[in-house]
Write a protein that binds this ligand. Sequence first.
Ligand SMILES: Nc1ncnc2c1ncn2[C@@H]1O[C@H](COP(=O)(O)OP(=O)(O)OP(=O)(O)O)[C@@H](O)[C@H]1O
Length: 654
Amino acid sequence: MDHSMYVFASNGVPQESKLATYMNRQNTSTPVATNTITQSFAKVTLGSPVNSKKVTPQSPEFVPSARINTTNSSASPNFFNSFPGLSGTTTGPGYQRTVAESPHSGTISPHLTPQPSPPLTANNCSPIPHVPIEKPAVTVAAYQENVGGTTYFYPTSAENSVTTNDTLSSVNSSVGSSYQVYPGTPSHVTALKSKTGSSSFFIAEDTRMDILNRNALTLLQPDPGQFPDLPQDVDNYHELCPLEPIPTNSLQKALIGYQASMYKATHIKTGTRHCLRRIHGFRLQNTKCMTYVDMWKKLIHSNIVQLKEVFTTKAFGDNSMVFVYDFHPGSETLLTKHFASDSMNGYVDPFATDPSAPRPYSHHKNSILRHQQNNKLPEALIWNYIIQLTSALRIIHVAGLACRSLDPTKIIITVGNRLRLSCLGVMDVIINDTSTASNPVGLIQHYQQEDLTSLGKLVLALACKSTMAVQRENISTAVEVVTRTYTTDLRNLIMYLLSPQQRRSVTDLMPMIGARFYTQLDSVQTRTDVLENEVSKEMENGRLFRLLVKLGSINERPEFNMDGTWSETGDRYMLKLFRDYVFHQVTEDGRPWLDMAHVVQCLNKLDTGVPEKVCLMSRDEQSILVVSYAELKHCLEQSYDEVLNASAPTDNVT
Ligand SMILES: Nc1ncnc2c1ncn2[C@@H]1O[C@H](COP(=O)(O)OP(=O)(O)OP(=O)(O)O)[C@@H](O)[C@H]1O
């Protein structure tokens, strides 16, 4: 390398070099500091790398004959680890060096020399950074010294001198809190995960797909050409999107006895999506029923679609009553899920056989049994549903309310077999008898009993996989089919619910469910464990993302406060070189060196601000900066704050 090409400033830094620019901006104070780096440092022979992978810098001028010794667990060289005589306690955690002349046969820049990938454990954890045991430095003001033609730059802050006591206290305080890293899948989740597929640092594929699907459905907008009659706004809601074909025939009545339609809509002020159940052509006669609406609005439960508000509107061109609920994307009704007609999934309802067919009843019964056995739902699933539905009913009845719409069309199901009652409060408003009755409590108790009968019918229908099974003429056959196919417990539960003589209660069902509660609890908690692990991965990813946002907002910013060189100078210059170090390293033959573990480890160290050093080389290869992650973190925070503060709108001064 021909050094005569460069003009050296008094501090030994080539004036054209980026470091000179950096130093001009940065080194405003006259540093006075002691250090223990002496002449001998320049003569230190660098140890051989642990890495056996041979990579060389892009520029042959800087090909070292020996390389900085790196620790096994670190991608970036730690000078003080490599040279015991240069312990961080006496020299401070960071310095910068400009190579004016190679004092020894060569030195190395990690910018140009990919290091071995940080080790991963078998447990899929993030690369573990070097645990910091020193106080992170927070200064970059530099002191310089020319040693045999090489200028070294050291930080000057008193904070950089770390005493043994400091170190120990930092060790203590660092335990469990000094750095963040994904520790890998917990062993209790590993066993579960092996059933579901390989683990990764990102969210599991099935969960990802579920969430993507739900997000897409939440954002779905209808083609205005297809729904020209949709109003723009309905009360506080807009962006209406029908969830089912809008009934056109006035004879097409929903379960509630009126024409009804469902829409997804966005709240104008909050932007949240809701589900609007519109009852067509309905005029509210008196407002007493609103007491029930208020009671429903207060009911929150994981198996209930919460009622948010009720209003009347003429936005649809008629007098409509609208019930606003939470929106649960990707819902389907229990009817479509389990009782779909053969046009949907080839399923033929065995109870729907033409009664006029010349077939003996016994033959018919056997064919029902055969059919049911081929299509039957697993008993565990039926109990799962029973537990969820009784759980919702219990809270409703305890609140002094009745569901009054426990029907397969009014129970929605989402991923993971989660059931929710979806039409609560409607009956209390539409059939306004509870508020006008002389004994509303007695009436509610009557409806609660009806809820239990409806539950019995629903379970029977599920067990026979047919809604026809609950028709009066089919019930005895259906119960017989259940007796032959499922456990006595299930049969007893159905019989209890369908027996009109006694006064029944949801709590009486609990002993029948028995230990199945524990099975359900176990599966819910297991799922929570798995999802919590997904969250912990995404928490780490989110943290790194925020860090990248900060870096990205600073790196290569073309202009800041009228300063076109802002991102190339001062603190930002170090961050730019760090970015190169993290992302732009190349192999010996010039190929991009991509190593996710290296990237994650570097970012984790930056986020934590560990005192470990990293060598950064300028793009013109004229300077090497050796800085600690602590300093880089400080630079990042300071520079980002500058950008953030400048982004705030300034008041017009008149
Ligand atoms: N809260 C909700 N969030 C998201 N989708 C819902 C919600 N409630 C219902 N749905 C969906 O809206 C659609 C229509 O529901 P609805 O209750 O009207 O069922 P239905 O079978 O059309 O009953 P009916 O014949 O009585 O109108 C169904 O696909 C259902 O999954």
